[in-house]
Design a protein around this ligand. Sequence first.
Ligand SMILES: C[S@@+](CC[C@H](N)C(=O)[O-])C[C@H]1O[C@@H](n2cnc3c(N)ncnc32)[C@H](O)[C@@H]1O
Length: 321
Amino acid sequence: MQDQKILEKYRNQAAMLSNRVVKRYRHLQKRFARQNIEVFRLYDWDIPEIRAAVDWYAGHLVIAEYTRMQSTPEWLPMMGEAVSGAMNVPLENVHLKERRLGSQEGKRYERLDYTDQKFIVSERDLKFYINPNDYVDTGLFSDHRNTRKMVREISENRDFLNLYCYTGSFSCYAAKGGARRTVSVDRSETAIAWARENMTLNGMGEETNILVHASAFDFLHKAKKENQKFDLAVVDPPSFSKTRATKDDFDIVKDHPRLLRSVADQMRKDSWIFFSTNHQEFHPAMDAIGFSEVKEITSDTIPEDYISKRRTIHRCWKIRV
Ligand SMILES: C[S@@+](CC[C@H](N)C(=O)[O-])C[C@H]1O[C@@H](n2cnc3c(N)ncnc32)[C@H](O)[C@@H]1O
């Protein structure tokens, strides 16, 4: 009896979620198609009892449940089946995963599966590889698509640094915008290999688009010694980063002034830094660094499909050095 009740509740939730997703898709699809944007968000915990995010990836759906203790294992597959039917997307193109919140977020870079399935999506005139199954994140942070456009618009003839580059999407945009050189740094070998694939996919050569497998502070230390200079940078660190040597542990709230100061040391006069975080209780402490201008541009960088009453998906600052 109890089980029947639970399943009935899940069926109602599945119907509500499907309705919402279909409605949202109809609302967003045309305008994104006009811009050739194939990845966008359809649902983000808009209904309090339905704790999930649903993203569109060029005919695929990624449905992530924000993990909670009270849901039983049937919940996510039931949501997946209902949304698949309502959206007419075959079940094999519906990818289900769990997303941990809060203090467990540090585990987001762990591998979930070994399917190695990848497909290509377009974002404007660029293309990116998506892996929908194997990690919590799929390879493209779609909430930063407007930031990427802003970076591209001012990248001509600049030396561009992409610190914490992940799969290199910002670097592809900068290269497309005419950057003289891009340098992309990440301490994950998987991310660097993926960034290389994205560069190749977009026809960008390795002589001027350099990929560095290193920890951010190690890179900055070496860049200082070698007097490497940049005119444009994206700094988008994780909220926390643990290293084997605990002296290099990084906590964005506490350590962002130290990080930004080290980046600033490698920037030429009149250059720009885009700094971003998705930490939900972040307080900027940049006054003492001596930047000539610090402007929060979050309202311009969050696209309409990511505007949510529940939380701010990211915050972003444009800094003039
Ligand atoms: C939030 S993601 C960056 C997203 C990227 N800016 C984008 O838009 O695609 C954080 C990245 O930082 C990398 N990372 C974590 N700790 C690091 C460290 N100490 N040094 C360099 N990279 C690190 C992770 O491997 C991950 O790729």
